[in-house]
Design a binder for this molecule. Sequence first.
Ligand code: ADP
Ligand code: MG
Length: 236
Amino acid sequence: TAELLLKSEKLSIVGQLAAGVAHEIRNPLTSLKGFVQLLQMKTGGFREYFEIMLSELDRINCIVSEFMVIAKPQVVQFEIKDLRKILQDVIALLDTQAILNNVQIHSEIDEDIPLIHCEENQLKQVFINILKNAIEAMPEGGDVVVQMKADEGSIDIRFVDQGCGISEERLALLGEPFYTTKEKGTGLGLMVSHKIIEGHQGKLQVQSQIDVGTTVHLHLPILQPHSLHPSKPVAT
Ligand code: ADP
Ligand code: MG
């Protein structure tokens, strides 16, 4: 079994660079896509070329969207929320996709989870990223167990899959931006997730064993509202 604590140093340069650039790319991209679609309708030919262009434009859009999570500290709004419900909503959201991939999501969520001060949309993003990775790691299907427990002063969430696993060498690359082993991957999901959890003063740990599976462990402290500074960018 190999284990890794993702390091925040890997994120700082990207966080700063992404801020302006991500936003500026969005608008021209939208207009480019619109005109490509228009051209596709008008010409009626070159089907393959248009499909490639459109799917590549979607890919750029996907990368930019993930960057925007890091890049926009001003939309971050910390509120007292029910983490149980947030996680249950995400599981419900991904259940159809899971079933289509022969994956069963089992939730073991304790009843006595205290409300916490957190950013709902950001945590949703984290849960989605981790669950999607779990589903994608099991092309033949399998089970994902999602556990949530409250401890003294903290909430622990575990996502346990029975997927392909990650070797020790590759585990060390997980925090790097653009590190992906997937044809359509962005290699940003885990980096963004780690950034968000860090913004909640928590920890994201990945444990994995090849061909056995992967466990992603989130450790979130139950904070008093004043110990977070959502108005300041979390980039280090
Ligand atoms: P992406 O999913 O776009 O590739 P991520 O940052 O979400 O980007 O993940 C980076 C890489 O980490 C993946 O390409 C995959 O190789 C590996 N990985 C992440 N989660 C898992 C998992 N649950 N099981 C196996 N490999 C994983
Ligand atoms: Mg991913």
